[in-house]
Design a binder for this molecule. Structure first.
Ligand code: ATP
Length: 463
C-alpha cells in the first residue's frame, strides 16, 4: 500500500538528511531563504535542467540557447519597466514588526472565509487598505490588526559599480532571465540566420528581494529560471500562445508529474502590454500555486528596447519583404520550483508486507540523481568485483556505491533518493558473471550478465 502523505516538513527533512538541499550558510545560523543544493540535489536539478533544454532547445525546431550575463546595462531595466514598476504592495505589522504583502493578506483571508470574487490583483492600494481595514484582517504572525499603510516595495537588488565611492553607477542583479534573450534578439537572428518564428532559450539565476519568501525553495530571493521566448508574426501570436501552453503542460507530464495535480489558471489582471497570460499551477502541500507562466507579451519588449537603445529591432521577412517588430510568446518556469514539484510528486510512504514502511522517491529514472547503485553482498568477498563494476559504469552515468550495513538498509537509503536500480554483486557474479538488479518501484529482481548491465540501465534511464 502506498500513500503520498507529503508535507513540506517531510520534504525539508528528507532533503537535509539525504544530501539533497541544505540551509544556506548553515554553520553561521543560516541566511534566510537561501538554500544550497547538496551532492544528491545538484544531480536532480541538473537532470531537470537537461530535460528542459532537450525539450525546448535540442528538439524544438528553430530554437537557440544563450547564456547572457547576469549584470546588464541599467538601461535594460529602464526599458523593461522594472526600475519604475517592479514592486509589491508591502505592509508592516506595527505590533510584531513582520512584513507582509497586502495582496496575499487579502487572498488568504478570502480563502479562509470562503469569500468569492475578490481579486487583489485588480485592486488599487487604497482599495486593498480599505478591504483590510473593513475586514479587520489580522497579522498571520501575531494575530493583531495594526498595519502601516501600503508602500511599494522594490523587488530588484541594487548594487554599484565604480572606481571610487562617489563615482559609482547603480547596477542590478537581474530579476528575470528574459531580458538577456530580448537584448540578444538581433545577435541570434543574424548569426544563426534565424527566420521568424524562432525561439531563444536560457537557463540562469535571477534575484528578487521578495517581501515574503518562504515555503522552502518555493519562493526564494535567489533562484534559477528556465525561459523560452518565441518570436513570431503578430497574426500567429495566439496560435503560438496555445502551442506553448500545450508544450509546457506536456513537458511537466513527461517528467512523470501527476496530471491530476496540475491545472491552468488564467491571469485575473493582464499587464498593460500583455494580450493573454496564464499559469500552470501545481497542488503543492501549501495548496494550488503557480509553477510556470505562459505570456503573450505582444511586441512590447522589442519595441521598448528599440526605443531605449536606438537600435532597429525590425525583422525583414526574406520571402515577403515585410518589415515588423515580432511578437513574443514567453514560457517561464523556475528550476527550483520545478524541483520542489518533482520532489513532492515523487514522495511516497509504502507499507511493506513485513509491516515496515519505506520512504521512496518515485522519480522518473532520467531525473534520478544516481541511475544505479552497486552493492557488494558481503564486503569481504565481493567488494573488489563490485568496485570494478562501479568504475566501469561511472564512465557512462552517475552510479553510487555502498558497502555499509545490511542489504535491506542499503536498499532503503537508495529508495529515499530515488535510485531506480540497485545492482547486487554476490557469489554468482564471481562464479557465473551475473548480477542481480532490483527495480526500485516493483522491488522485483532480474539476473543480468555483467556485460549487459550498462545497456540494461542506460536503456531504462533515457529521456
Ligand atoms: P509569483 O506570482 O509566484 O511571485 P511571478 O508571477 O512573479 O511569480 P514570473 O515573474 O512569471 O513569476 O517568473 C516565472 C517563474 O519563475 C515562476 O513561474 C516561478 O516558477 C519562478 N519564480 C518566480 N519568482 C520566484 C522566486 N522568488 N523563487 C523561486 N522561483 C520563482
Amino acid at each position: 500500500m502506498e500513500n503520498n502523505n507529503v508535507t513540506m516538513d517531510k520534504i525539508v527533512s528528507l532533503c537535509k538528511n539525504r544530501g539533497i538541499i541544505f540551509q544556506g550558510s548553515e554553520i553561521y545560523g543560516g541566511m534566510g531563504n537561501t538554500w544550497d543544493y547538496g551532492p544528491v540535489g545538484v544531480e536532480i536539478k541538473n537532470n531537470i535542467k537537461r530535460a528542459w533544454w532537450k525539450r525546448f532547445v535540442q528538439e524544438n525546431d528553430n530554437s537557440f540557447g544563450v547564456d547572457a550575463a547576469i549584470l546588464m546595462n541599467s538601461r535594460v531595466w529602464e526599458a523593461s519597466g522594472h526600475t519604475t514598476s517592479f514592486s509589491d504592495p508591502k505592509m508592516d505589522c506595527k505590533e510584531c514588526k513582520t512584513r507582509h504583502r497586502a495582496d496575499n493578506l487579502i487572498e488568504n483571508y478570502c480563502i479562509k472565509h470562503k469569500i468569492d470574487g475578490v481579486i487583489p490583483d485588480k485592486m488599487t492600494n487604497e482599495e486593498m487598505e480599505k478591504f483590510i481595514e473593513e475586514h479587520k484582517i489580522a497579522c498571520p504572525v501575531c494575530g493583531k490588526h495594526n498595519f502601516t499603510p501600503i508602500r511599494q516595495f522594490k523587488l530588484m537588488f541594487e548594487t554599484s559599480r565604480g572606481v571610487t565611492e562617489d563615482n559609482t553607477d547603480k547596477i542590478y542583479s537581474r530579476p528575470e532571465t528574459a531580458q538577456g534573450e530580448f537584448v540578444n534578439f538581433l545577435n541570434v537572428q543574424r548569426s544563426m540566420r534565424a527566420k521568424v518564428p524562432f525561439g531563444i532559450a536560457q537557463i540562469g539565476k535571477a534575484f528578487r528581494n521578495e517581501i515574503t519568501p518562504g515555503n522552502f525553495i518555493f519562493r526564494t530571493i535567489e533562484f534559477e529560471q528556465m525561459e523560452h521566448q518565441l518570436f513570431c508574426k503578430e497574426c500567429d501570436d495566439e496560435k503560438f500562445y496555445n502551442l506553448y501552453k500545450q508544450k509546457a503542460w506536456d513537458f511537466l507530464v513527461s517528467l512523470g508529474i501527476d496530471q491530476t495535480k496540475l491545472r491552468f489558471k488564467d491571469h485575473d489582471k493582464l499587464a498593460h502590454y500583455a494580450k493573454n497570460a496564464c499559469d500552470i499551477q501545481y497542488n503543492f502541500p501549501i495548496g494550488w500555486s503557480e509553477l510556470n507562466g505562459i505570456h503573450n507579451r505582444t511586441n512590447y519588449d522589442l519595441s521598448r528596447h528599440q526605443e531605449f537603445s536606438g537600435k532597429n529591432m525590425m525583422y525583414l521577412d526574406p520571402i515577403t519583404n515585410e518589415k515588423y517588430i515580432p511578437y513574443v510568446v514567453e514560457y517561464s518556469i523556475g528550476a527550483d520550483r520545478l524541483m520542489l514539484t518533482v520532489l513532492c510528486d515523487a514522495y511516497r510512504e509504502e507499507k511493506l508486507e513485513d509491516g515496515e514502511t519505506r520512504v521512496v522517491l518515485k522519480l522518473a529514472p532520467f531525473i534520478a540523481p544516481y541511475k544505479a547503485c552497486v552493492l557488494p553482498l558481503m564486503k569481504k568477498n565481493h567488494s573488489q568485483k563490485a568496485q570494478e563494476l562501479h568504475t566501469m559504469l561511472a564512465k557512462y552515468f552517475m552510479c553510487d556505491y555502498d558497502e555499509s550495513g545490511s542489504i535491506g538498509k542499503r536498499y532503503r537509503r537508495q529508495d529515499e533518493i530515488g535510485t531506480p536500480y540497485c545492482i547486487t554483486v554476490d557469489d554468482d557474479t564471481l562464479n557465473n558473471g551475473t548480477v542481480t538488479i532490483r527495480d526500485r518501484d516493483t522491488m522485483k529482481q532480474d539476473i543480468v550478465k555483467i556485460e549487459d548491465v550498462k545497456n540494461y540501465i542506460q536503456s531504462r534511464c533515457e529521456y
